[in-house]
Design a protein around this ligand. Structure first.
Ligand code: ZN
Length: 432
């Protein structure tokens, strides 16, 4: 009756010791004890089982290109954009596909099965879009990949910005992107937001813009984005990525802005690893953190989800496709270390991201897709603390990745001992 049963699972909502039966690509049962057997069984033995991670903001055309054609010496966003501009004419479709597929393998091993990637449309050759559309099809059996037409060099500022973006959408790219803070003037930026929302409304597509990725407190394109969202009736279908300028904005102004964003049902996508690395670079001390106001936005009811943004590319030399690393950084930068806080942070790389991406059938309820991960941790909080191993990754009811648990053997003066860090150091009691 079941294709696969996961035994003795702890669930993200705190339920402990449940069996999960998968059948026909869906979750068919979640019960204290399933009497039936299945062709395949996984013993979670009191570890956390979660829906897979979702990354709502990534750059798969740039990933794993670190050092090509040279390293980012200053480590800044602007040198990264310049460096990408040097690399872009050298890109071939074959090399783009190869790097993206390698990243997708890494993502699967990390339990990351849903990714929204921006695709740079600045080069009118559009090899980036061609390559990632091919990748999207190739990985479809195991990763749901969404693509955003992203005018990296500016919608108006790049010579072919407007037409290249339209052509990428014609080719089948799913989402309308933008980068208003990189246009020549604030006015051009605001104009680009309006035009791009119109394109999205006309084509019936969602919007996801890099918006106000700067420390400038007067970069206020998010205000325009919220207003145009309401004007074009796009509520709930628009994402504002980064929004780092909100970190530096005047508090009174923000007290008006956040309700406006809530009215427009903007999906907020901070990218904690990249924001803490790239923002505040012009500051001496004190140095701003440059991540948007996560706690305040969540408190106002906005849907906040975290993106990885970059892995080993011109902007970021680190990263490993690990959304728990992203969340771990978010806890620190947002100073959200309370028990409830951590659950909200975990939501931001799972259910909230799924909402941002408009995923169908995502979750851990009967009827949801049979896509699950088993972590080497007892619960959500331990998973975040340990950036826990992904022991099993299950897609459509089948195991597609398995990692051995991390267990250390100690040799201490003849006293044999071993440590399973996901089991032996769990606090005995934890209230919510
Ligand atoms: Zn980005």
């Amino acid at each position: 009756m079941f294709d696969l049963i996961i035994r003795n699972a702890n669930l993200p909502d705190g339920r402990q010791g449940f069996d999960i039966g998968l059948a026909g690509g869906r979750i068919a049962a979640i019960e204290k004890s399933i009497a039936a057997t299945a062709g395949e069984e996984v013993d979670a033995s009191g570890r956390l089982v979660s829906p897979p991670f979702c990354d709502p903001h990534f750059h798969m055309d740039a990933t794993l290109s670190l050092g090509m054609p040279r390293m980012n010496v200053s480590g800044t966003l602007l040198e990264g954009i310049g460096l990408w501009g040097e690399l872009r004419p050298l890109l071939t479709k074959e090399a783009l596909v190869e790097r993206a597929l390698r990243y997708c393998d890494l993502a699967v091993s990390q339990g990351l099965l849903y990714i929204r990637s921006h695709v740079d449309t600045s080069d009118p050759r559009l090899v980036t879009a061609e390559a990632l559309l091919e990748v999207k099809e190739k990985v479809a059996p195991y990763i749901e990949l969404q693509l955003v037409a992203f005018p990296q060099d500016g919608y108006y500022r790049a010579p072919d910005g407007v037409t290249s973006l339209e052509r990428a959408l014609d080719m089948g790219v799913d989402i309308v992107g933008g980068i208003p803070h990189f246009e020549r003037t604030m006015e051009d930026g605001a104009r680009s937001v309006e035009s791009l929302c119109r394109v999205a409304a006309d084509r019936g597509l969602p919007v996801d813009m890099h918006c106000d990725e700067t420390d400038d407190p007067l970069s206020r394109h998010i205000e325009t984005l919220a207003a145009q969202t309401v004007r074009f009736g796009l509520q709930g279908r628009v994402a504002g990525s980064h929004l780092t300028s909100m970190h530096s904005m005047d508090n009174y102004y923000v007290s008006k802005l956040i309700p406006l964003m809530a009215e427009a049902e903007i999906n907020v996508i901070p990218n904690p690893l990249i924001n803490i690395m790239l923002q505040g670079r012009h500051d001496t001390y004190p140095k701003r953190r440059g991540m948007t106001r996560v706690r305040e936005l969540m408190a106002a009811g906005l849907n906040v989800s975290f993106g990885h943004d970059c892995v080993m590319d011109p902007w970021y030399s680190m990263g490993s496709g690990d959304m728990l690393e992203v969340a771990h950084m978010a806890i620190h930068v947002a100073q959200m270390a309370g028990v409830e806080d951590k659950h909200k942070i975990f939501d931001a790389i799972t259910v909230n991201s799924a909402k941002t991406m408009g995923l169908e059938g995502y979750g851990l309820e009967v009827g949801c897709k049979a896509d699950l991960i088993v972590l080497q941790a007892a619960d959500v909080i331990e998973a975040l603390r340990l950036k826990a191993n992904r022991l099993f990754v299950i897609k459509s009811g089948k195991i597609i990745s398995r990692t051995a648990p991390r267990i250390s053997e100690l040799f201490l003066g003849g006293r044999p001992a071993s440590i399973d860090i996901g089991r032996d150091y769990v606090p005995s009691a934890r209230g919510r």
